[in-house]
Write a protein that binds this ligand. Structure first.
Ligand code: NAD
Length: 470
């Protein structure tokens, strides 16, 4: 059994109780994580608060340490990636890319130049806008990209001068605990505490008096609970929540030319990506070609355990999510959708489900209206693109979207009609980079991560003014 400690005040800490971690490729327990006690949560919060005083003062030191942290993550990359594949299910190569992306985020925030914001500097006075750190940040992450999504919080929050208590999902605690161990070799004690536990630990973090900010990535229902929990103490929140991201294909697109990109935009990480394409709108004139091009790829992609050589898609991460995907496909078929590829579980142990393309899907069925977060993609036929835009903008989610066309000016006109956080043309998710803001409209979240904008989310604005008129 793999057992990893928490990191509290720079020390490796075990707990009296542990909880099991399942390998989704087998459905069996392979590891244990500490179940953080009330006293340990308090210790983590206290150590983050104590560390804040010194950490906030020296920006050059913070930048140097983020650089060292990036080196340490790269050096420990194989260990962290191996744990990530075992607990999350993703192909080992994808796990390696995820860990390297985390190191790249550290480098980006170490190197980011913060512009001076001097509004006035003349004979009658001086006025400057400053960005001050908030204090202790409570960070809570989901199970789909545990390492990268933790780093979207750690790197900007620490660069801005905050300290942190971080809790990963109970489905995928181990890679994050390993990351905590690695970063403890570089960071001063208390600057980054990593604790593990089940969902109620997350809830206790959000009502704890110490944090001034909650940075959360996860589902929309949990995000709403956190917004309510934060209100009493007016804690700041950034909420990165669910999506139901449309890909809209215009009638001048070439289905064969776009099919590879479109398929992987929907199925990478087995569809368990907040910004994955979750529904495809295709015009009647191209509908059969689009469905067939996607189905052909779904039938031939290599599904297997993440550790197996050549695996392109792993299992679904956990049993509740697997059951949800099974239920949504069954419901769609009862509502008249047709299987173009897949449509069933795979005949092997673990949480494997065939990559599934659903034809004859329509708005109003659950798999089109809700976030499936798994390897099943509905394709919906349309006649008028304005109807599609209306349906997308009226829905509760607004994370990302894409428009596909051989005429980029035309695609741009359609794209700018969409109310969502990012929209891409002839690509999907191409704006997910350390230097661009990422966030959602409506139920997809509040605030943004990444870039200067993400860093500002970990700060309070202060005006320093020096009038000279007296
Ligand atoms: P989840 O909301 O069930 O859990 C996320 C985290 O919240 C876990 O660490 C969990 O332990 C914790 N938690 C649960 N209840 C809590 C509570 N009451 N208070 C505080 N913390 C609590 O989400 P999940 O199933 O792990 O993740 C999948 C969801 O995450 C999907 O909806 C997906 O779209 C979303 N997601 C969004 C983004 C984004 O950037 N917008 C990125 C990745 C995933």
């Amino acid at each position: 059994m793999t057992v990893l400690p928490m990191t509290i005040n720079g020390l490796a800490v075990q707990s009296k109780a542990t909880f099991g971690v399942i390998d989704p490729a087998t459905g069996e327990f392979f590891g244990q994580a500490p179940d953080c006690t009330e006293e340990q949560l308090q210790l983590a919060m206290d150590s983050a608060r104590s560390a804040f005083g010194a950490w906030r003062r020296d920006e050059d030191q913070r930048r140097a340490m983020l650089r060292e942290a990036a080196v340490a993550v790269r050096q420990d990359g194989e260990r962290i990636a191996g744990l990530l594949t075992s607990e999350q299910g993703k192909p080992l190569q994808d796990a390696r890319v995820e860990v390297m992306a985390a190191a790249a985020w550290l480098d980006y925030y170490a190197g980011l130049e913060m512009p001076r914001e001097v509004v006035q500097d003349d004979r009658s006075g001086y006025a400057e806008v400053l960005r001050r750190p908030l204090g202790v940040v409570a960070a809570i992450t989901p199970w789909n990209f545990p390492v990268t999504l933790a780093m979207w919080k750690i790197a900007p929050a620490l660069r801005a001068g905050n300290t942190m208590v971080l809790k990963p999902s109970p489905f995928t605690p181990l890679a994050t605990l390993a990351l905590g161990e690695t970063l403890a070799q570089v960071l001063p004690p208390g600057v980054l505490n990593v604790i593990s536990g089940r969902d109620p630990l997350g809830a206790r973090m959000t009502t704890h008096p110490v944090p001034r900010k909650i940075s959360f990535t996860g589902s929309t229902p949990t995000g709403k609970a956190i917004a309510a929990a934060a209100s009493d103490d007016l804690k700041r929140v950034t909420l990165e929540l669910g999506g139901n991201d449309p890909a809209i294909i215009l009638d001048d697109a070439d289905p064969q030319a776009i099919a590879d990109q479109l398929f992987w935009a929907a199925f990478a990480n087995n569809g368990q990506v907040c910004l994955a394409v979750k529904r495809v709108y295709a015009p009647h004139s191209l509908y059969d070609d689009v469905v067939e091009a996607l189905a052909e790829r779904a039938r031939t992609v290599r599904v297997g355990a993440g550790a197996e050589e050549g695996t392109e898609l792993g299992p679904i991460n956990n049993l509740p999510q697997y059951s949800r995907v099974v239920g949504l496909v069954e419901d769609a078929l009862q509502q008249g959708a047709k299987v173009a590829a897949g449509g069933a579980s795979m005949n092997r142990r673990g949480y494997f489900y065939q990559p599934t393309i659903l034809a004859a899907a329509s708005d109003g069925i659950r798999i089109v209206d809700e976030e499936q977060f798994g390897p099943a993609l509905p394709v919906i036929a349309y006649r008028n693109v304005n109807d599609v835009l209306e349906r997308c903008n009226e829905g509760p989610y607004g994370l990302t979207a894409s428009v596909w066309s051989s005429d980029t000016d035309r695609a741009r006109r359609v794209a700018t009609e969409l109310d969502c956080g990012q929209v891409a043309i002839n690509a999907h998710g191409s704006g997910v980079r350390p230097d661009l803001p990422f966030g959602g409209a409506r139920w997809s979240g509040i605030g943004v991560e990444n870039g200067l904008w993400g860093l500002y989310g970990f700060t309070e604005t202060q005006v320093l003014s020096v009038p000279t008129a007296y």
